[in-house]
Ligand binder design. Structure first.
Ligand code: WTA
Length: 666
């Protein structure tokens, strides 16, 4: 049996067929902070209410939104298809904007945005509503209607949130594609969703350089027959005819400048009422096959889940300033930059660029400038801050902070403690929140003021969420290491995979029949606390980003010199995991450092810089089972320099020991 010991923790996913055993030794714990007593009073009741009547609990949460027609049924569940709040109608953009508009708070700041250079913009709820109205009307003029798909490929600028909300306002389904993805990735996503319009920008800033998004968009759209219009936000260009022209050449009839369209559009756009189960967005994420999955989220349940978790996990009050550092290209940016906080009427901070630009204190200088009170980021960022040292946060006044959060990957206890001491100055509770693109909102998390936290543990399921640990046969386990499953539907859950319901059923509901299988291994300790151990399938987590092994393999095999490739994630101090690729070249091709660079560039071109392999190892053979399946688990052992696991199922065990010897020599 394989064991995980602390030196690997927590970045060592185990293959699905293995037993999972763990020897975690973390003993520290932190009691709830007295300053959160008010939050605690409400929250303690939540657990009680949810355990007495789960559906009534979620219905109560849904009532916090404004509905134009009440729902007829809280949940309609025909495994594995859920309908939440069926029959109910609501207006998303109204919930996110208008609630504050009719009172004295309409000039409350909604978005405080910093560009990477020196520019800064503030949108009040009033401003935001007007911009969203204009953008919605602009989309309408182009003939975009309810149910149409609109792709959004933007840097982290306010227009990203505005574009999402404008789609929601007219009932169009947005599909945001992270601005770091390549033209080819963008094209595949546009084509899968058959988007009719693309919203992009001439470029964005990253570490002082311009990322020429429009050029990538042009390259993508050539292969996208469904796209009728491309709308271009002018971000890097000066005036008309200015520098922008170097980054954006406009195609007559197809391309439109965003500012031109909005200039003539009315701010008043009657919102489209949405059925609770109308699709709000599609977001593509990596899975265990080559093609990314279009995760489908609907309206009423998603908004209920994100609003409730925003309220209780982040304890947001009217005077709070909330900064979630995620990009809107990922689910965290959807749920906790845009929908949850805005539906809650919060003030959010948005930032365009890199954390080390112009220097490594950028985040802390922004916390001080904007008076951020609640800060939510990823462990990979915290590990980078740790490496850069405490002098950067020490330069700034971080006394406004009162609560810290993390998401995206397991946080090592040492990084947790550093965050607690250097950023939270031992005053701020930390919420380590486990969830996924598929879950829509936070699933396992402490509640500030209520939960005693343990560094490295996401603690307990949110009220109304039912999680259970099972063994490889699907038998419930009271403790120890196993597989994380969710046993009953929740409002923010994905409804299906766009265009492939079969894949939805197989991916999430067939490994353990009747249960949602998250793809993560976990440990449950003697206090019933969850310790997430990472993915147990062929999905890697590189710097908090999900990348499928198969996607990178397909990109490598696409190169003319490559015959076969196998890709694994290996433990990495900063990124959590880094990509290690084992490549077999075609007959007549010779391994060389320049070919290695070429292969790296090829993967970047196919997927994007986030998928660049750290190690590329040329080999003559790969370890395979007798049925021809590559055993990535053994490759991982090799890449991490570990003793090889069980090799008895291999067709030729000699292959792997040869590989191990050679890898060590490289
Ligand atoms: C991992 C991000 C440990 C996990 C919201 C999951 C975590 C995948 C945590 C989803 C956490 C996320 N502790 N692991 N607090 N949060 N993960 O879809 O492996 O980009 O399955 O959603 O990230 O990644 P995704």
């Amino acid at each position: 049996m394989d064991t995980l010991h602390e030196s690997h923790f927590p970045h060592t996913p185990r293959p699905m067929t293995d037993q999972i055993d763990t020897l975690l030794t973390e003993q520290r714990s932190f009691s709830p902070d007295a300053s959160f007593q008010e939050a605690a009073l409400g929250a303690a009741d939540l657990y009680a209410a949810a355990s007495t009547d789960r559906l009534a609990f979620w219905a109560d949460q849904a009532r916090a939104l404004d509905w134009i027609t009440p729902w007829k049924e809280v949940l309609n569940w025909t495994l594995p298809h859920a309908r939440w709040f069926d029959g109910g109608q609501l207006i998303v953009a109204a919930n996110c904007l208008v609630r504050l508009l009719h009172g004295p708070r309409r000039q409350k700041a909604a978005i405080m945005w910093d560009g990477e250079p020196v520019d800064r913009r503030v949108y009040t709820y009033w401003d935001l509503a007007r911009e969203v109205g204009r953008a919605a009307n602009a989309l309408k003029t182009l003939g975009v209607t309810k149910g149409d798909r609109v792709a959004i490929y933007l840097p982290m600028i306010p227009e990203a949130a505005i574009a999402m909300l404008a789609c929601a306002r007219i009932g169009a389904i947005h599909s945001v594609v992270f601005g770091g993805f390549s033209a080819e990735s963008l094209r595949d996503r546009i084509n899968d969703a058959e988007a009719v319009a693309l919203i992009t920008a001439d470029g964005g800033y990253r570490r002082g350089q311009v990322v020429p998004l429009k050029r990538f968009a042009d390259e993508a759209v050539v292969g996208c027959p469904s796209i009728r219009d491309v709308i271009v936000v002018r971000r890097v260009g000066g005036g008309e005819g200015g520098a922008s022209e170097t980054f954006a050449s406009m195609t007559e009839g197809r391309d439109h400048w965003w500012h031109r369209l909005l200039e003539h559009a009315s701010a008043d756009c009657p919102p489209e009422p949405m059925e609770a189960e109308d699709i709000l967005f599609i977001l593509y994420t990596s899975g265990t096959t080559g093609a990314p999955k279009g995760i489908v989220h609907t309206t009423g349940g998603y908004l209920t889940h994100t609003t409730a978790t925003t309220k209780y996990v982040f304890d947001l009050k009217d005077e709070d300033v909330f900064w979630c550092t995620a990009d809107v290209g990922w689910v965290t940016g959807h749920s906790y930059v845009v929908y949850g906080p805005l539906a809650h009427g919060a003030t959010i901070v948005m930032y365009e660029g890199a954390p080390d630009w112009p220097d490594r204190d950028r985040f802390w200088s922004m916390v001080a400038t904007h008076g951020v009170t609640v800060f939510y980021t990823a462990p990979t960022a915290i590990r980078a801050f740790m490496k850069w040292g405490p002098s950067y946060p020490a330069k700034h006044d971080l006394s406004t902070l009162r609560l810290l959060g993390t998401v995206g990957e397991p946080i090592n206890p040492e990084a947790w403690i550093w965050y607690h001491e250097q950023i939270g100055k031992e005053r701020c509770p930390i919420v380590d929140t486990w969830w996924q693109t598929e879950t829509g909102g936070i699933m396992i998390t402490p509640l500030p003021g209520v939960t005693t936290t343990k560094p490295g543990s996401a603690t307990k399921p949110f009220p109304g969420i039912e999680a259970e640990l099972v063994d490889a046969q699907g038998r419930p386990m009271a403790g120890g290491g196993g597989f994380l499953t969710i046993t009953s539907p929740w409002p923010g859950m994905l409804r299906t995979i766009w265009g492939d319901d079969q894949r939805y059923q197989e991916t999430y509901w067939s490994r353990f029949p009747g249960r949602y299988f998250a793809g993560d291994g976990a440990k449950l300790d003697e206090d019933g606390y969850w310790w997430i151990l990472g993915r147990v399938d062929d999905v890697m987590n590189v710097a908090g980003h999900r990348i499928g092994s198969m996607e990178v393999e397909s990109a490598l095999v696409d190169h003319p010199s490559v015959a076969e490739a196998a890709v694994v994630g290996k433990a990495h101090d900063l990124k959590g995991q880094a990509i290690a690729a084992f490549v077999i070249l075609k007959e007549g091709q010779t391994a060389s450092p320049s070919l290695r660079d070429d292969l790296r560039d090829h993967v970047v071109g196919k997927i994007g810089a986030i998928a660049k392999p750290e190690d590329i190892f040329f080999c003559g053979d790969l370890p395979k089972t007798r049925s021809g399946k590559i055993m990535r688990r053994l490759l991982k052992d090799i890449a991490e320099g570990r003793t090889l696991g069980d090799t008895t199922t291999l067709a030729d065990p000699a292959v792997v020991s040869r590989l191990k010897e050679m890898y060590g020599e490289e």
